[in-house]
Design a protein around this ligand. Structure first.
Ligand SMILES: NC(=O)c1ccc[n+]([C@@H]2O[C@H](COP(=O)([O-])OP(=O)(O)OC[C@H]3O[C@@H](n4cnc5c(N)ncnc54)[C@H](O)[C@@H]3O)[C@@H](O)[C@H]2O)c1
Length: 264
């Protein structure tokens, strides 16, 4: 389907990979509903994109009521614009490295820490999709195939080759990779596709503060190109995934053949 004249919901849409996706969708003529906790960046992004086809709603994806309020605001917006929801890009995510057993403190990682990562990355993704789906299902088909919408999920290289300290993050991103096929099977009858992208190291606010040691360990094992991915390269794949109806129920690694090493 073409995103032009439809409304895309993008969680994590004011920073990094989510923001660049919002920008490319906006450039392609889509309306973008940006859900994020970061209100300061949200205001900046609306300044950049303008308020005609972009709307920010401060949202915490770990709270069902917060997502519901954002979707409700989106439904009101769609009523005024007449541009139906076309899909969801669930890009909100957190990475909080910690070993399951902290040898310096001689203690297991706090469960709150693990819950936080799983809640944002898994619960936040599923809850957003769950609450957005009814609005896609009732769409008139956009294409001859009967397509009613597209879901783009974000996994990670850590789903396959997580590094030390990435147990919780890898578990969360592995879950996203695993649920992609059954999600697309559940939604096939409605003409809704699900595609998951698994990036390696990409430039964003999340990776900006990475230690030199970790960054170097990753750069050492890069194949080609020997650099971090750029948000626009991620967004380019989102755009292709939206437009190409044969991409469904799959996890696409976007990593320049890099496999993350065990040792930092
Ligand atoms: N950058 C990378 O190297 C990389 C690699 C693999 C996967 N990813 C994944 O890509 C996605 C985007 O990450 P990014 O690199 O652009 O990071 P980022 O930090 O630039 O953006 C993530 C956004 O998610 C928002 N967010 C976090 N928790 C939230 C919550 N509870 N409710 C609403 N919004 C919340 C943040 O405010 C932020 O704006 C994440 O799922 C991340 O795990 C990133």
């Amino acid at each position: 389907m073409k995103p032009k004249d439809t409304t895309f919901i993008i969680s994590g849409g004011v920073s990094g990979l989510g923001f660049e996706t919002a920008r490319q969708l906006h450039d392609a003529g889509a309306y973008v509903l940006l859900l994020d906790m970061n209100a300061e960046l949200g205001a900046e992004v609306i300044k950049t994109l303008g308020s005609q086809r972009a709307k920010f709603v401060e949202t915490d994806v770990t709270e069902t009521s917060s997502i519901q309020a954002a979707i409700d605001a989106g439904v009101d917006w769609v009523k005024t614009t007449g541009k139906p929801f076309g899909g969801i890009v669930a890009a909100a995510g957190v990475g909080l490295p910690a070993k399951l057993y902290n040898s310096r403190e001689k203690a297991p990682a706090p469960m709150a820490h693990i819950d936080f990562v799983l809640n944002v990355n898994i619960r936040g993704t599923l809850d957003l999709i769950r609450l957005g789906l009814p609005h896609l299902i009732k769409n008139e088909p956009f294409t001859e195939d009967g397509e009613r919408g597209v879901l783009i999920l974000v996994s990670s290289s850590a789903a396959f080759d997580g590094q030390p300290g990435q147990v919780a993050y890898s578990a969360s991103k592995g879950a996203i990779a695993s649920l992609t096929l059954p999600l697309s099977r559940d939604l096939a009858m409605y003409g809704i596709r699900a595609v998951t992208i698994a990036p390696s190291l990409f430039e964003s606010n999340m990776t900006k503060h990475m230690s030199d040691r970790t960054r170097k360990s990753l750069e050492r094992v890069m194949e080609f190109p020997r650099r971090s991915g750029r948000p626009e390269e991620f967004a380019q794949l989102v755009m292709s995934s939206i437009e190409n109806p044969m991409l469904n129920g799959t996890v696409i690694r976007l990593d320049g053949a890099m496999r993350m090493p065990s040792r930092l």
